[in-house]
Every structure is written in structure tokens, then in C-alpha cells.
Design a protein around this ligand. Structure first.
Ligand code: SF4
Length: 238
């Protein structure tokens, strides 16, 4: 039997900083933030910086990022005083086998995302029991039903901004004078790897420029794994 419909307040959830503070208290030393340092990342990074600037921040440097993203990662971390940013990269051994020429994205984006994103993050998350993501419901697709907190593959995932809107993000960024990603003025509302990211037209979904033209909307790090076989997808720029 269906329960009563969620109230607007319940759908919106708790204040994001409250969710983060609670998460840090429940998992001391065993929780990390995963950030793409993309178009919407500054808000969550700012909230975390005010609670614990030394929190581990896992950044996937896939080797295919825009130079502007790498510059932004350095500048924003400095600006917010974040001291725990870790750059996660694919291993040379993995790349030499699966993508020695760096062109795997042309023929198999799932395999490319696996070696450049999923595998490095899986290795890094081995140190943690919980992680924080920047996903929001307004991104659409599988994110429409995104909970504030979920249990995935033995770890707790917190999505403090699940209920926030684009307008609220903009207002928070303006209030705290947060610098935008350098590509957002050019129509990049979601920024990932350069081969798989396009600017979007007015009125399109924020993530419409990701893997444009392909039947793919997620990289795989937010996908539950089947009992066997590679990760398929269910991520903040990821
Ligand atoms: S987003 Fe594109 S380039 Fe980046 S890891 Fe995935 S397939 Fe490769």
C-alpha cells in the first residue's frame, strides 16, 4: 500500500550543511567528499570547507579533463583552504592494457569511464566507509528519486544537495562570492572530460551535453554493480 505523499518540506529534506555535519560526526576519519570541481561543485566544497577543511576530497583526474578544470581545481582548493584534496588517476598498468593511445572514448565510453573513473575511485574508497556526493534531483533521469542518504555496496552515500534547485545553487554561490568554473559562461552547465562534454542550448537539461548523442547518461561511479561483471551505471559532474 502506498504511504501518504511526501510534503514539500520532506522532499526538500534537511539543510545540506546539517546533513554534512551529521555525516562527519557519524563517520569520523572514514568519510570523503567526491568532487569533479565542475560547474556546480563550488557550493558543496564551500559547505565542507566551513565544517572541516581537511576532509579528504577525492578528485578524479582522468587524464582527459579540460585544462580549465585542472586550473579551477587548484584555484578553488586554495581559495577555500581545502587541504585534503587527492588527485586520483588511472594506473599506468591499466592504461597500457586498455587505452594505450588514449582514444578508447571513441569506441567504448563505458570501458573508458571504467578505467579512468570507476577503478581509481573504487581503489580510493577502500579507505572509507562513507562518501558525500554533489548529485541533485533536478539533474533528472535516475537522479529524480535521489535520497538524501543511501546504502550502496556496503558504504553510506550522502547526497546533501539532493533537494536543491539550480536557483538555490546560484543564490548560495552569489551570497558567498564563489568563483564559477571557467567554462560555465560558454554554455557548459555540466563539465566532465573534454571528449565527452558539449555546451548546452538554453532550455536543455543541465547534463544534456554529457555523452551527447550516446545512450549514456552516467559514468558508472554512481551505479550499483551487478553480482558479476563490470559496473554499469545508476554523478556532480561525474
Ligand atoms: S567521460 Fe569520456 S573521456 Fe572521460 S572517462 Fe568517460 S568515456 Fe573516457
Amino acid at each position: 500500500m502506498n504511504g501518504p505523499a511526501l510534503s514539500a518540506a520532506a522532499q526538500r529534506g534537511r539543510d545540506p550543511s546539517e546533513v554534512i555535519a551529521d555525516a562527519l560526526k557519524r563517520f569520523p576519519g572514514k568519510i570523503a567528499l567526491v568532487s569533479s570541481f565542475g560547474a556546480e561543485s563550488a557550493v558543496l566544497l564551500h559547505m565542507v570547507s566551513r565544517l572541516d577543511p581537511s576532509l579528504p576530497v577525492l578528485f578524479l583526474d582522468t587524464g582527459q579533463l579540460f585544462a580549465q578544470t585542472l586550473d579551477y581545481r587548484r584555484a578553488l582548493a586554495d581559495r577555500l583552504g581545502l587541504t585534503g584534496v587527492r588527485d586520483l588517476r588511472p594506473t599506468f598498468a591499466d592504461l597500457s592494457v586498455t587505452d594505450p593511445q588514449g582514444g578508447l572514448w571513441r569506441t567504448d565510453t563505458d570501458a573508458c569511464c571504467h578505467v579512468r573513473k570507476v577503478a581509481p575511485l573504487d581503489r580510493a574508497l577502500g579507505d572509507f566507509d562513507a562518501w558525500i556526493t554533489g548529485r541533485k534531483r533536478f539533474h533528472g533521469g535516475a537522479r529524480l528519486r535521489l535520497p538524501e542518504e543511501e546504502q550502496v555496496e556496503g558504504k553510506v552515500k550522502f547526497n546533501p544537495l539532493a533537494g536543491w534547485t539550480k536557483v538555490e545553487l546560484g543564490a548560495y554561490a552569489a551570497e558567498h562570492d564563489l568563483p564559477p568554473h571557467p567554462l560555465t559562461p560558454y554554455g557548459y552547465t555540466s563539465v566532465g572530460c573534454w571528449p565527452c562534454t558539449q555546451p548546452v542550448e538554453a532550455g536543455e537539461d543541465a547534463r544534456a551535453g554529457r555523452w551527447s548523442g550516446l545512450d549514456k547518461t552516467e559514468c558508472g561511479i554512481h551505479t550499483t554493480k551487478p553480482a558479476s561483471g563490470p559496473s554499469v551505471d545508476l554523478g556532480d559532474g561525474l
